[in-house]
Design a protein around this ligand. Sequence first.
Ligand code: ATP
Ligand code: ZN
Length: 302
Amino acid sequence: MCSHHSFLDGLMSHGLLIDTGIDGLYGRSGAFEDVISRFDELISGFGGGDNAEVVRFPPGMNRALFEKSGYMKSFPQLAGTVHSFDGDDKQHARLLEKIDAGGDWAGDQSATDIVLAPAACYPLYPAVAKRGALPPEGRIYDLNSYCFRHEPSKDPARMQMFRMREYVRIGSPEQVIDFRKVWLERGRELIGRLGVPFDVDVANDPFFGRAGRMMASSQRDQGLKFELLIPIESVEKPTACLSFNYHQDHFGLLWGIQTNTGDVAHTACVGFGMERVALALFKHHGFDTRAWPKAVRAALWG
Ligand code: ATP
Ligand code: ZN
């Protein structure tokens, strides 16, 4: 392996990630995408037997539903909203002048009805609520979407636009807790096949502000979030590559999702950071996928 100033430099000089001039926003090469799709297949191999309903949302969601989700209360620092110009000729001329002068032209646009999805599952819950009460077996969904989070960083594993594959379970507390238990086990087995070091630990979401610190510690105390961590950018601070979240009745109450017995539904999701897992593989096995260990190649390419 050759040495580089940083892992990000190495990824770029090997053409795996393509610089856009913005930290956390990269193009991906064919080789990088091949790893992502092979990993995607591997996930399906583990989850495919559950008969999850496949749903794909675009990376934008309904702003009104996003507002109702409470995301701005908890994570205002991460949200991204879509704005657009809707003025007349005069306002257009003023907009162009500002751009020419290198000025701030954002105020000459207004918010559209679309915001960027912060996680693959956000658009799902209101859509499920609309379908009415759950069947006795509850529901399970298979999602995958590009997500946006405003957290620019030189750490290639902290992107602003990245893909999240998710399985989401909606049902009784027992069904949902069982789902998370099963996936905690599957997650270990799945990542174990990739020949990278990992650990599973309790975690919390990056809730904003002082009230957020209390929410984070209560989330930890209740063991509602676990992460499967792999060292990528640093050994001391390994990166969350899979997340296992139990929301209790939070989304069920918020969106009015009912079980077949009329109780508030519980929800849980397992989220796979697609780029993070690909980066972990490049980190531990090198920039050339053809030189990866046989067992790892077999797990991915069969
Ligand atoms: P972190 O603690 O590193 O900020 P998170 O706890 O906010 O991550 P989740 O909200 O649980 O992450 O998101 C689900 C999955 O999406 C994570 O397990 C991770 O693999 C991936 N992910 C989250 N943020 C990013 C990011 N900025 N870049 C790439 N992948 C990400
Ligand atoms: Zn999170």
